[in-house]
Design a protein. Structure first.
Length: 407
């Protein structure tokens, strides 16, 4: 949907649900992470772009602490909650995400934030690993910032306050263990660029991002995104389990986080030997595999940024492939649909292909020559039919802009 179409759809749904007009409409994008998976909560590096696909929120503030939300998925069902006395995990279902943003802002001391009525409409595919949840929480945060005059949405540094509320909502109200990549992409990406996000906690908001040119036309390329339609769930414990394993490994290695380990290995004269010695210090095979993925993936982000900037598309593609193979073998977050889609893309001329997002379902991305996306997507659909999988959905991604007011 264009901004105009999305704004109209959200406004119409709001008026249908509540019988009055909203104060405005805001939108935030889904994202695709080019490379750097499961590195954000390890203080690592990642490289997302914002998608043109957005979640639109029509919102009106209330005088009381009641929250009412409705979505185009079930336009006749309005969910309600009350911010007064609300505690973590106090809201069930999808409405925990937007309600949790207001709760998180109030927890952060923004007492002027009260209740609201909201209507959501979205063209970010649900459950696709393209971060529909961050699009929802970030659009809500920007809307609440605007209507309650908090003043954080107008600057990049200010938006970090809103990002923190969106993350807190997902982690503590919705119970989804997210590391911050998605929300930063949704709030801080710029058109035609990828966001190099450095997740070290000691960095200031102005130090932890840099805009990297990501001009596909310059190299006559397309970025194919294929939603495998394999259900994508992050709050079933698998993600949290891997995060806990990484944190335990850091304790054993005597470092604050695995980024410290990765940087040490990167600076070693013999990186292979340094990695071996690190892994030898860990007690079990699963932990060794998880750490090997994180350390090598952080280095792959650096290498991809260099390769793409130099126009070395073959090297960039090889890094996509290595990332996916590591996520499959060492981090064990892929599923058959992801692996088959990646394999078919590689065999049909992609420079490289990998799963994107948290895994356990969701989407893959493939770097292909301009004009090849449809053909490669069809080959993946044909392979899915043979295996009896749901038919995938495909789109050609471009680097878009971050959350903004649309009406």
């Amino acid at each position: 949907m264009s901004d105009t179409e999305g704004a109209k759809a959200a406004r119409d749904l709001f008026e249908q649900a509540y019988g009055e007009a909203p104060e405005g409409v805001w939108a935030a994008p889904g994202r695709v992470n080019l490379i750097g998976e499961h590195t954000d909560y390890n203080a690592g590096l990642c490289l997302p772009i914002a998608l043109p696909h957005r979640t639109f929120i029509a919102l009106k503030p209330r005088e009381d602490t009641k929250v009412r939300v409705v979505s185009d998925v079930a336009p006749d069902k309005v969910a309600e909650a009350d911010l007064d006395g609300l505690k973590a995990r106090g809201v069930d279902g999808w409405s925990a995400y937007p309600t949790g943003v207001a709760w998180a802002l109030r927890q952060a001391g923004f007492d002027k934030v009260k209740g609201f009525d909201a209507a959501f409409t979205s063209c970010v595919p649900l459950g696709s690993g393209l971060s529909s949840s961050a699009a929802m929480t970030c659009s809500t945060a920007l809307a609440l910032d605007d209507v309650y005059g908090l003043g954080y949405g107008d600057s990049d540094a200010g938006r970090v306050t809103l990002i923190n509320a969106a993350i807190k909502s997902e982690n503590e109200m919705a119970g989804a263990s997210t590391g911050g990549l998605d929300q930063n992409a949704s709030m801080r990406c710029t058109e035609g660029h990828a966001l190099l996000l450095d997740c070290r906690p000691e960095l200031t908001p102005l130090e932890n991002v840099s805009q990297q040119e990501f001009d596909l036309d310059k190299y006559n390329l397309e970025l194919l995104v294929v939603d495998t339609q394999a259900p994508h769930q992050l709050n079933d414990g698998q993600y949290a389990q891997r995060r806990a394993t990484c944190e335990e490994a850091a304790k054993i290695l005597g470092v604050a986080n695995l980024r410290v380990t990765a940087d040490g290995i990167s600076k070693a004269d013999d990186q292979f030997q340094a990695l071996k010695e690190t892994l030898d210090a860990l007690p079990d095979e699963t932990m060794k595999k998880r750490v090997r993925h994180v350390v090598t993936e952080i280095e792959r982000v650096r290498s991809f940024v260099r390769a793409f900037a130099q126009g070395d598309i073959k090297a960039a593609g090889r890094l996509f492939n290595a990332s996916h193979d590591s996520l499959a073998a060492d981090y064990e977050v892929t599923v058959p649909e992801l692996d088959i889609a990646v394999d078919v893309a590689r065999k049909n001329g992609a420079y490289g292909a990998r799963m994107t997002g948290g895994g356990f379902g969701g989407s893959i991305i493939a770097l292909v020559d301009k004009g090849r996306s449809r053909e490669v997507a069809q080959k993946i659909a044909d392979a899915f039919a043979v295996h009896g999988f749901h038919q995938p959905r495909a789109l050609a991604a471009v680097a878009s802009s971050s959350a903004h007011r649309v009406d």
